[in-house]
Design a protein around this ligand. Structure first.
Ligand SMILES: [Zn+2]
Length: 132
């Protein structure tokens, strides 16, 4: 695991500090779309500010993505590795992973509409359970 984590950091041109290895390990072993607070609670030996700064470094290096616009007003993070889209339950702020969607039609439409070549995308959908 440690070798794998070091390799990932190196791939993204990041020095492998102890804090980075721990935060990256957390991100790769949890699918809970954590906030910096949540990671800090599990890794109290790393200050909240360091957790936050580490995550933002990961975001700048395209290792991690931010999910914002949440009703809790906090930045949530996710690994950028596996392609999936998010469905956010606005009643309880649950972020649900889903991958049963082929975005190629949407990507083609976006390219036709703008003349740009689409190189990346993120899809976040918001909804609430049916009120019965
Ligand atoms: Zn996700």
């Amino acid at each position: 695991m440690l070798d794998q984590l070091r390799a990932v950091l190196q791939e993204h041109q990041l020095k492998a500090t102890r804090q980075r290895l721990l935060v990256l390990e957390y991100m790769m072993t949890h699918e809970n779309h954590p906030t910096a607070d949540m990671i800090h609670q599990e890794l109290p030996e790393i200050s909240l500010a360091t957790v936050y700064n580490t995550l933002e470094k990961f975001v700048a290096a395209n290792l991690v993505i931010v999910i914002d616009g949440m009703a809790d007003g906090k930045r949530h993070y996710d690994t950028a590795e596996e392609r999936h889209y998010h469905v956010i339950n606005t009643d309880n702020n649950d972020i649900i992973d889903a991958s049963n969607f082929d975005p190629s039609t949407l990507i083609k439409a976006a390219e036709e509409a703008t003349g740009l070549t689409i190189t990346d995308y993120r899809i976040d959908l918001y909804g609430h359970p049916d009120k019965k």
